[in-house]
Design a protein around this ligand. Structure first.
Ligand SMILES: [Zn+2]
Ligand SMILES: [Zn+2]
Length: 136
């Protein structure tokens, strides 16, 4: 079982898949619409089977934006968290992994839509890391 929730907690979901079984590969999407929707360099995404996914809280609090024909970006109306992307015709839904609460062992398979990427971020750059909010 995977669980996820938005920033304010109004919206939550469950997915009936084991945390250690591979699913659709995790990718970091750099497309323009992901950058704009998330306000960041990329969106980290993983597909899970639609039939395994369910909202457990706040389904009525979801907003949606059809960013391209048939693709709905679903977000919490209270806090703005992008929780899910969904093409209703497909058999899987795309979790926005920043909202996932369950630790998983899967690791990202790669970066997609690098042709659309922000000029200021290169995933090949090795950057210093800080355990907190301060670079020393
Ligand atoms: Zn929220
Ligand atoms: Zn994208």
């Amino acid at each position: 079982m995977l669980t996820g929730s938005c920033l304010c907690g109004a919206v939550a979901y469950e997915v009936d898949v084991p945390p250690d079984r591979p699913r659709e590969p995790i990718v970091h999407c750099h497309c323009r619409t992901c950058r704009k929707a998330h306000g960041s360099a990329f969106s980290s995404v993983m597909g899970v089977p639609r039939e395994a996914f369910r909202w457990v809280r706040g389904a009525g609090n979801l907003g949606e934006y059809e960013s391209s024909p048939g693709k709905f970006r679903r977000f919490c109306r209270s806090c703005g968290s992008q929780v899910l992307a969904d093409r209703p015709a497909r058999d899987h839904v795309l979790l926005r992994l920043g909202c996932l609460d369950t630790p998983i062992t899967d690791r990202p398979a790669g970066h997609i839509w690098r042709s659309d990427a922000a000029s200021w971020y290169n995933p090949s750059d090795a950057l210093p890391e800080a355990p907190d909010g301060v670079l020393r």
